[in-house]
Design a protein around this ligand. Structure first.
Ligand code: ACO
Length: 348
């Protein structure tokens, strides 16, 4: 028994925060952000992580044609859950009516979806479950500080979801690789969050990051883990049709593509639109790649990510099923009453 992705979905909140919006309130500019990161816009969510997850999940259910009652397991990969208890996955279960599912959140920061997919694939291969819903969802905007221009320009909110099912046929998850190095816990962190419950002296609970350290680690570990997953699957780099990488910085993606000798145009890049949505970047990018006709039956795909921990991982899979959605879903969400910039300012 192997595991294959049969459904894909995404939810991007409607409020758009441009580089110029940020430049109107902090000391930055569109040229700096675009040239250093490739980011032009990001979304700021007026709904919580579980609601974004729910809309992405409903689209994945529609594209796969799976009945929510047939889901055995829901995993929401996030470092920005609604609350510490209950799991965000519990809200999703209730919202979509997946009454027969177990539900759990998993936090491997930006690598969360890769970890989630690896774990769920192992559960399917061991025949513990048949159908899983894996979501990457983040609402990191409450943890952005307008006083830290090196991080506030990078992150955005959003959610992506995949239905993963058992298959005996060809086309499945062929290899997974995960890793972590706890020696770098301070390189990307949110001090004062969680059970520390001890906000910093200034009362701000916000992301702090050693940008250069993270940049180096991301290039090295994303390259190594992509190569490891490709080798484990028994493929060569020339076999890979599309790399779907974590979208943290366009320069990181370019460097990884060069290092693994991927070749022109074989990495999917949408960072300009959404920035870094942490655990959500890969499932959002996958859904967009399919919508844009970049994935065909039989294609060999590699997902790869790096994030806080520091954590990393890669998945090599052959796309087994169709890329024709079995159904569609349009999220009917009350629009925000404020602009993206106003919402971000309110969160300070
Ligand atoms: N606007 C204008 N200037 C800025 C900004 C900004 N938003 N942010 C920083 N600067 C300034 C710095 O203060 C510095 O000024 P100084 O030389 O006078 O001190 C100058 O720009 C250069 O700063 P660097 O940090 O050297 O710039 P760099 O080219 O390294 O880019 C960046 C910074 C984009 C953060 C880069 O290090 C990076 O992308 N790192 C990876 C981090 C990442 O992707 N994190 C996402 C989360 S982790 C993950 O998902 C993997």
């Amino acid at each position: 028994m192997k595991a294959t992705i049969t459904g894909w979905g995404k939810y991007l909140p409607p409020a758009v925060l441009t580089n110029d919006d940020l430049a109107s309130v902090i000391d930055t500019n569109d040229e700096w952000i675009t040239s250093r990161s490739g980011i032009r816009k990001r979304r700021i969510s007026h709904i919580d992580t579980s609601e974004m997850s729910t809309h992405a999940a409903r689209e994945a259910l529609a594209t796969s044609g799976v009945d929510p009652k047939d889901i055995d397991f829901i995993m929401v990969c996030t470092c920005s859950p609604n609350r510490l208890i209950p799991s965000t996955a519990s809200y999703v279960q209730e919202h979509i009516g997946a009454v027969n599912a177990g539900a759990i959140d998993a936090n491997a920061a930006c690598s969360g979806y890769i970890y989630g997919l690896s774990m769920v694939a192992a559960m399917i291969e061991a025949e513990h479950i048949e159908t899983a819903l894996v979501i990457g969802a983040e609402r990191l905007s409450p943890y952005m500080s307008l006083d830290d221009r090196s991080t506030v320009v990078l992150f955005g909110d959003g959610a992506g979801a995949s239905i993963v099912q058992a298959t005996e046929g060809v086309g499945a998850i062929e290899a997974t690789v995960i890793g972590n190095d706890g020696a770098f816990t301070d390189a990307l962190t949110i001090p004062g969050s969680g059970s520390e419950a001890n906000p910093r002296d200034d009362g701000v609970v916000a992301v702090t990051m050693d940008g250069a350290e993270i940049f180096r680690g991301a290039v090295t570990k994303m390259s190594e883990s992509a190569n490891a997953a490709i080798a484990k699957a028994g493929w060569d780099i020339g076999d890979v049709d599309l790399l779907v990488p974590h979208q943290a910085n366009a320069r990181i993606i370019d460097s990884v593509a060069r290092r693994i000798k991927l070749g022109e145009g074989r990495a999917f890049v949408n960072i300009a639109e959404y920035g870094n949505t942490s655990a959500a970047t890969v499932p959002i990018a996958l859904a967009e790649a399919i919508e844009q006709g970049r994935v065909k039956t039989g294609d060999k795909l590699v997902f790869v990510a790096f994030g806080g921990g520091v954590s990393w991982g890669a998945v090599a899979l052959e796309w087994g099923g169709s890329t024709e959605p079995k159904g569609s879903y349009v999220a009917d969400v009350e629009p925000p009453t404020k602009t993206a910039l106003e919402m971000l300012q309110d969160l300070q």
